[in-house]
Design a protein around this ligand. Structure first.
Ligand SMILES: [Fe+2]
Length: 276
């Protein structure tokens, strides 16, 4: 456990997103320490805090600092604490939950603001999570493309869970109608413009067919996941990571066949997203 001090020590993980916060125990943090952590989340997009070893109760309390818990309707709940979702990879599983670039819950009308992952069981190697800054990606686009994208909205759907092969078996009643979000959103807390389309859940632009949408979406996915915009989180036992689903996308690396990986995840409710 890190030594408890008054201030977080904050070190950036990469140029455009990610920071490592140490020096405060989340289970005993003061309101000002939690507020400082939240500011870091909105600045860096993803924050990792090693050595926290949070209990499920600590995990829930941390989530409630940010807001109401948004229980995922597709994932298996932790039996003793059903507001926590289990993100589990078994040794015989070739694909993993989140093994493509995506934004958690973008298929919802008010998508989750952040996700809080608590490492419970890690493979002996691999299983890193990559994050990419959607603010840096937006900034890199030309004014011509920025201006066109600002006028567009896109449909997001949970239908990709229908044929999922990652150990989740959603009920038919879990699925909802697709929802529209601006392609460029204004971050609800900071106002920063961010690209908001992702390969798992975005299907097409509003009033565009799937075929018409595919080339531009493919181009955007290639740009927004360029390594230069990313940070790589190497998990450690007891580490907690929190990411802002409006500011970053993420990708779970499925490179530990034959091993188990178990994470506990809570998602926190967000707000409907506005364009800029
Ligand atoms: Fe995810």
């Amino acid at each position: 456990m890190s030594k408890v001090t008054n201030k977080w020590s904050i070190k950036k993980l990469a140029g455009h997103c990610g920071a490592r916060l140490e020096g405060v125990s989340l289970a005993n943090a003061s309101l000002s320490q939690l507020e400082e952590m939240r500011s870091a989340l909105f600045k860096y997009g993803v924050i990792v805090m090693p050595g926290q070893n949070l209990s499920p109760e600590n995990h829930i309390s941390l989530a409630e600092f940010f807001g109401e818990i948004d229980v995922n309707r597709f994932f298996t709940p932790v039996p003793s604490h059903p507001v926590i979702a289990e993100v589990r990879t078994t040794p015989d599983q070739a694909e993993v939950i989140g093994g493509t670039w995506h934004t958690d819950h973008s298929y919802d009308e008010a998508p989750a603001m952040c996700s809080i992952l608590n490492a419970k069981e890690l493979p002996p190697f691999g299983g890193d999570t990559h994050f990419a800054s959607m603010a840096a990606a937006y900034k890199s686009l030309t004014p011509g493309l920025q201006n066109m994208l600002k006028r567009l909205r896109a449909w997001h759907s949970d239908s990709s869970f229908e044929n999922s092969n990652v150990g989740i078996n959603p009920k038919k009643t879990a699925f909802r109608d697709p929802t529209l979000h601006p392609v460029i959103i204004k971050h609800p807390n900071t106002g920063v413009p961010c690209v908001y389309v992702n390969g798992d859940f975005t299907t097409n632009f509003e009033n565009w067919s799937f075929e018409e949408s595919a080339p531009l979406l493919s181009y955007l996915y290639a740009v927004i996941t360029k390594p230069v915009f990313t940070a790589r989180v190497v998990w450690e036992p007891g580490m907690v990571a929190i990411w802002d689903n409006r500011l970053v996308q993420h990708y779970a690396t499925a490179d530990y066949p034959g091993h188990t990986r178990l994470m506990h995840r809570i998602t926190v409710a967000g707000v409907p997203l506005e364009g800029i």
